[in-house]
Design a protein around this ligand. Structure first.
Ligand SMILES: [Zn+2]
Length: 78
């Protein structure tokens, strides 16, 4: 789920019960910021399935009980 605000673009994982999100802050909004945010997420391993977003810990080809909702993938990327 994406939410676009005046100074930020946020993507929240659409997998049930997953708390993961990605946030990009902007000083000033321009037309392509949401697109750049989305591309950065794709590089980090986020998946877009028909407009729904899944974090790198939630591979859409795996059953939900194999997902990493604890967010350990986030520390691995950092
Ligand atoms: Zn997730």
């Amino acid at each position: 789920m994406r939410s676009i605000r005046a100074a930020s673009t946020q993507t929240i994982c659409d997998c049930a019960d997953c708390p993961s999100y990605a946030l990009t802050a902007h000083l000033q909004r321009s037309a392509d910021q949401a697109e750049r945010h989305h591309q950065a997420n794709a590089r980090d391993g986020w998946t877009d399935v028909e407009g729904r977003d899944y974090c790198p810990g939630c591979p859409t080809d795996r059953p939900e009980d194999e997902h990493d909702h604890a967010g350990a993938w986030d520390e691995a990327l950092a």
